[in-house]
Design a protein around this ligand. Structure first.
Ligand SMILES: Nc1ncnc2c1ncn2[C@@H]1O[C@H](COP(=O)(O)OP(=O)(O)O)[C@@H](O)[C@H]1O
Ligand SMILES: CC(=O)N[C@@H](CCC(=O)OP(=O)(O)O)C(=O)O
Length: 259
């Protein structure tokens, strides 16, 4: 039997909320077994780019990454956010190691081809180096990935953190029985985004189709759900979406996805 592994993703809304981030890091550090953290931080990048006079350009929930924006992203995701999270996990006795996809050649990608939109320095993932990540886990470390990959030829690329989480979970499922947790600021996928008490406890392929047709799923939830089903189709055992406390068994309600 394969050993178990949890891949946990947190997004910008948690990262920018000090009390939510502190609670999450306590829960994550206390999690037993093999674990990997993937963090976004889109909101922080937008805020700091604004302070530097660089406007954020988003389309369909994805960032247009100019050369100037890429510099900010590398500084914010790979520096400020990643290193603070790693240091705080170390302070909680979790032996975290911060990584971009370039570190240890863990995640390679290709610059997204220009079709209707030129996304600039945005990467589509080609490969997750499961062996390299497994070696870190086996030496007792907890990888903490930021939303940056590389093309293998010296170029860093900005990559959606939800996609990094699902591709890492998929890549690791050759070696581990893998569960994927998307933690964000709501209790789960909501039937009415205005009503926190309208959590849909279970979504399968059929109901996913209906939720797309009725536009219950919109904005940032669109890529998240797409990534969830991609992971399930490619051997990830469990996928959950909900509040960060779900990783510590503190939440009764969250969304479980199945094929
Ligand atoms: N049906 C839905 N249920 C919950 N959230 C939804 C739904 N449809 C759209 N959303 C939006 O998706 C957002 C989450 O996506 P995103 O902002 O990318 O998350 P993250 O914090 O992980 O980066 C929520 O804040 C919410 O505004
Ligand atoms: C290409 C692309 O869109 N990259 C994302 C990566 C960060 C991210 O995904 O952050 P959240 O999880 O906080 O949304 C961005 O720069 O916004």
């Amino acid at each position: 039997m394969k050993p178990e592994l949890s891949v946990v993703k947190i997004g910008g809304n948690i990262i920018e909320n000090e009390s939510a981030l502190g609670d999450f890091l306590n829960d994550f550090a206390a999690m037993k077994g093999n674990k990997i953290l993937v963090h976004g931080g889109g909101r922080t990048a937008t805020r700091i780019a604004g302070q530097l006079g660089i406007p954020a350009q988003m389309t369909g929930g994805r960032r247009i990454t100019t050369r100037e924006t890429l510099d900010v992203i590398v500084m914010v995701y790979g520096g400020l956010t990643n290193k603070n999270i790693v240091a705080r996990l170390q302070g909680l006795d979790c032996n975290a190691i911060g990584l971009s996809g370039a570190d240890g050649n863990t995640i390679t990608s290709g610059k997204r081809p220009v079709k209707d939109v030129d996304y600039g320095f945005a990467g589509d993932i080609r490969e997750v180096n499961g062996k390299a990540v497994k070696a870190l886990l086996e030496s007792g470390m907890t990888p903490v990935f930021c939303a940056i990959t590389h093309d293998g030829k010296g170029q860093l690329l900005n990559t959606n953190a939800d996609t990094i989480a699902s591709e890492v979970a998929i890549g690791m499922s050759e070696h581990f029985e893998t569960s994927l947790y998307y933690c964000f600021e709501k209790k789960g996928v909501l039937r009415n985004v205005e009503d926190d008490n309208s959590v849909i406890p279970h979504i399968d392929t059929e109901s996913y189709k209906q939720l797309l047709e009725t536009r219950v799923i919109a904005d940032g939830m669109l890529p998240k759900m797409h990534n969830c089903f991609n992971a399930l189709q490619r051997h990830v055992g469990k996928v959950h979406i909900g509040l960060p406390g779900m990783i510590a068994g503190k939440e009764d309600l969250f969304t479980t996805l199945t094929l």
